[in-house]
Every structure is written in C-alpha cells, then in structure tokens.
Design a protein around this ligand. Structure first.
Ligand SMILES: Cc1cc2nc3c(=O)[nH]c(=O)nc-3n(C[C@H](O)[C@H](O)[C@H](O)COP(=O)(O)OP(=O)(O)OC[C@H]3O[C@@H](n4cnc5c(N)ncnc54)[C@H](O)[C@@H]3O)c2cc1C
Length: 484
C-alpha cells in the first residue's frame, strides 16, 4: 500500500464517525484523529447533542411527575429534586453512547490517534499529542470534520462558574433558581424550556427582533403562548453591556440595553448561560498553507460532493456551515466516503427536504415550505391543521399544547410542507417527510389506517381539516377525493 491509510479523518463527531463507518464497508483502512485526550464523539456525544437531550429528558420526566402529582406544599421541582438526581439519569446514557462508539470502531478495525491534527499536504497529516510528540500519517484522502465552537463574547468572560456555556451548564451541581440565557437560537430555546421545567425562572436576552424567525407563523404563535404560560421572559433586540457580581444581594447582575429603550437595564440572576454563534474549527489546521479555500466566516468551501478546493481533501459537518446539525453531519460524512471509495454518492439527498428538530418542551419540527414561503413562490396552497387538544393520545399524556399544520397544493393535494409544535414533533415529522419524498398527497393520511391513539393521528385530522377548507371554498367533495 502506497499510504499508511486510505482515509485520515480529523475529528470524531458525527461527520467523522459516519465517514469512518462507511469507509470500512468499502474495506478501507481508516484513522480517526481526535484532539480530546479523554472523549470521543465530539459535540454529538461529549458536549452537545446527547448530553443536552439527556438533561431535557430528565427535566421533562420531573416536570410531568411534578405537574401531575404536584406537591401539596407548593414546592418547586428544584426544591424537591437535585442536580445529582439528574446526573444519575444522564451519566449512564453518555457512558452507553461512548461504549457503543468505541465498540463500533473496534469491531470495524478503525484506528484512532489522540492529538491535534494538522494537514501538511493532500496526503499527510501531522498529529501532536498532549506532551508535544509529533507523528505524521499518510493517506489517499483526508476528511476535515473538526466541528465548531461558540464565538467568544467580547463584553464578558465565560468563567464556567457564574457565566456558563452549553458544556459547563451540564456540570452544574445544583438547579439554579434564576437563569439568564444570552442568545436567541435553537439551543437557547432548548435550555430555556428545560430549566423552566425544573422550576427555574428563565429570561432570554435575544439580540434579534424575534426568536426563530424561520418558523411558520402559527407555530411561532403557539410557541409564544407556551413560553408565556411557562413565564419564560423574552427580551428581544438586546445587547449586553457587562455582567457583575453583587455581593450585597448575593446575585449576579446582567446589564443590557435594547434598541426600543435607550436606557441601561439590569436583571438579577444566579447564573448566565451564554449560547454564542457557532464558529467553525478551521484555525491551526494548516489550511491556508495548502490552499484549502474558506468563506468569509471561516467555513471550508466544498462542492456538492463535499470536496474542498484541494483534490483529495474533503470536509463535512459543522465545519462547512449550515445546517450545522448532527443529523445532517451523519449523512454528509457517509456521502464523503461513498464519493471517495464508491465513486458516487448522490449529495443532493443531503440537502433535499431537510427536516429540523428543536428539542424545546414541547418539541418543534418542520420540513418543506411554510404557508408564507409557498405564497411568496406563487404556489396556490391550502393548509390543514390539527390542534393537539383534539387528540386522544395528547390527552392521555396531558400534553395538549401544540398544532400540526399541513401545507398542500390546492390543485392536486400534493404535500409541500409540514410544521409541528407538539411533544414528539421531531419523530412525527418523518411521516410527512416520507410522503413528500414519494411525492404523495394528503389523501394518504385519509385513506390509510393509522394506529389509534397516537400523535400521528394529527396527520389524519389535519388532512380532513384541509379538505374541508377546499370544500368550503367551493370544491365538490367527490372531486376532491378523486384528485391525483
Ligand atoms: C447543546 C447542543 C445541542 C445540540 N443538539 C442537537 C440536536 O438535538 N440535533 C442535532 O442534529 N444537532 C444538535 N446539535 C448540533 C450537533 O452537535 C453538531 O452539529 C454536530 O456535533 C457537528 O458534528 P461534526 O462532526 O461536524 O463535529 P463535532 O461533533 O463538533 O466534532 C468535532 C470533533 O473534532 C475534534 N477536533 C477539532 N479540531 C481538531 C483537530 N485539529 N485535530 C483533531 N481533532 C479535532 C473536536 O475535539 C471534536 O471532537 C447540538 C449542538 C449543541 C452545542
């Protein structure tokens, strides 16, 4: 063999892991280089996706138990449960995921090298370990899957004691009574609803004029109602001035301004969670010296097969930018291996009808066009809605907040979008995704038997609701059922 390996993968997150697994299926020799000396799995297993979902699952259980079998003395969940209880729930989940990861790479004979990877040229990667020892490995291909990290704030320091990030908040030893979250994206919303479920009073300081502007307007309205019900305070258009400790009042104070009011405002809190914009990990990788092109934000520029500007060097995952999700990174990593060794790999599947899942409480998920987008594109669409309060299953679970909304073409009933705010929304979305992928129409939900009682019943209710709307607009019911 001309090289030590067929492919060297820098970074063990979902993009790197799935490229490794797919490469071994082609019988290839793989090396994963990982900078962390004690963890594997990147933001996916170690610091982001799985740990935050484990915290959410524990918080949701506590919330459901507490709201159903509430404490007659009116204690908040944080007075009844301790962070230790949550850790007991979370720790085995992470241990299990790491064990699965290690089992998979051992079973598939993937080698690992711990240390900082730096690309010397298209076929050579230098790895510097914790004590500074350098080893150079060679391969036919290199994958950059080094992920991203939150931007460093300028106005304050993340000290991991008072001001936390998404990694250090998962190591808190107590459930805070008050939490200020700086940031208005998906992760901010997830942590806000998770801590609110534990009884924490949450304030979100959002630098934009609204939360998650990409959501369908009705989903957004439903979300706003839920946040209000949970007394989560949202302050939009805010810019942080500084954060100081107030010893007299035994609290921390966050000073900020909003564009609406030209005065300094202050909010008291126990802790601050900073959720900054994602920055790609492309520094100190040697990319400029070998000519790998980056965009203005530092993401690796790739073509539709995830190849960088240097032949033989690929990039996948957060390092190439949006959508910056573990779900998409898994697919991108697999497609890079298919292209390297299978000579193909239809990259268009990686970007077509991409669903998103937001693990707030309740969850939010969507795919395809919103009603607003379809109208802007000049497509004549009708919508069908199912409110969770009309579903038996939602009642059984005491989770009746939310709505599922179908967006379909008025002429042939073809499904063009699904938008959901509901428990299990991130799972539910896949039924709509499959119907859309096979270019189906909403009659599928009407004509097929769906299990009862389920959350999926919402599709049937929404499809009937949509047909009724067309019927009321003047279409004969028989014509509607004959539409193909
Ligand atoms: C709190 C939180 C919750 C999230 N929840 C979800 C979710 O529910 N669903 C979802 O789809 N996505 C979620 N995400 C996003 C998801 O975690 C990322 O999109 C995904 O992990 C990116 O995968 P990746 O392979 O690009 O990189 P990462 O998972 O970030 O892994 C990159 C790895 O590369 C290593 N590395 C970096 N530089 C070097 C170097 N020079 N040499 C060697 N190793 C290096 C790092 O140590 C790291 O292990 C969440 C993110 C966060 C922060």
């Amino acid at each position: 063999m001309k090289f030590d390996y067929d492919v060297i993968i820098i970074g063990s997150g979902p993009a790197g892991f799935s490229c490794a697994m797919q490469s071994t299926k082609f019988g290839k020799k793989v090396l994963i280089v990982e900078a962390s000396d004690h963890e594997l799995g990147g933001t996916w297993i170690s610091t982001g996706t799985v740990p935050s979902k484990a915290l959410r699952a524990a918080a949701k259980l506590i919330h459901s138990f507490h709201s159903q079998f509430g404490d007659e003395t009116g204690r908040k969940p944080f007075e009844r449960f301790r962070m230790e209880d949550i850790m007991k729930y979370k720790t085995p989940i992470l241990e299990n995921k790491t064990r699965q990861f290690v089992d998979d790479i051992i079973k598939n004979k993937v080698n690992t090298a711990r240390g900082w990877g730096r690309i010397l040229d298209a076929n050579h990667v230098e790895v510097t370990d914790q004590v500074g020892k350098k080893v150079t490995y060679s391969a036919e291909f290199v994958l950059i899957s080094t992920g991203s990290r939150p931007e460093t704030p300028k106005q304050f320091t993340v000290d991991h004691k008072t001001v936390l990030d998404y990694t250090s908040i998962l190591k808190l030893t107590h459930i805070p009574r008050r939490l200020v979250i700086i940031g208005g994206g998906i992760i901010a919303l997830e942590f806000a609803t998770t801590f609110s479920a534990l009884g924490t009073r949450v304030t979100i300081l959002n630098d934009k004029d609204q939360l998650l502007s990409f959501l369908d307007h009705e989903i957004k309205e439903s979300l706003d109602k839920t946040l209000k019900k949970r007394t989560i305070q949202i302050i939009n258009n805010s810019s942080i001035l500084h954060i100081t400790e107030n010893d007299l009042r035994n609290c921390n104070e966050v000073f900020f301004k909003t564009t609406d009011e030209d005065r300094v405002q202050v909010t008291e809190t126990d802790h601050v969670l900073y959720v900054g914009t994602k920055i790609p990990n492309t520094e100190k990788l040697g990319l400029d010296s070998i000519g790998v092109k980056l965009d203005e934000k530092g993401h690796v520029i790739v073509d539709k097969m995830y190849q960088s500007s240097v032949p033989g060097i690929y990039a996948a995952g957060d390092v190439i930018g949006q959508p910056s999700l573990a779900s998409a990174s898994f697919l991108q990593g697999r497609l890079t291996a298919s292209h390297m060794f299978g000579g193909s790999g239809d990259a268009s599947t990686g970007s077509r009808d991409l669903p998103y899942g937001i693990y707030s409480i309740p969850e939010i998920s969507g795919i395809g066009l919103t009603e607003e987008q379809a109208t802007e594109l000049g497509i004549d669409v009708t919508v069908g809605r199912a409110y969770l309060s009309s579903l038996t299953r939602a009642y059984l679970n005491h989770e009746t907040d939310g709505v599922l909304k179908l967006v379909f073409r008025s002429d042939n009933l073809k499904l063009v979008g699904v938008h959901i705010i509901s428990e299990q929304a991130s799972d539910l979305i896949h039924l709509g995704q499959a119907v859309m992928a096979f270019e189906g129409n909403i009659k599928y939900f009407i004509e097929r038997v769906l299990n009862y009682p389920t959350y999926s019943e919402a599709y049937k209710v929404a499809a009937f609701n949509g047909l009724n709307r067309l019927h009321k607009a003047g279409e004969k019911y028989r014509n509607l059922l004959d539409k193909e």
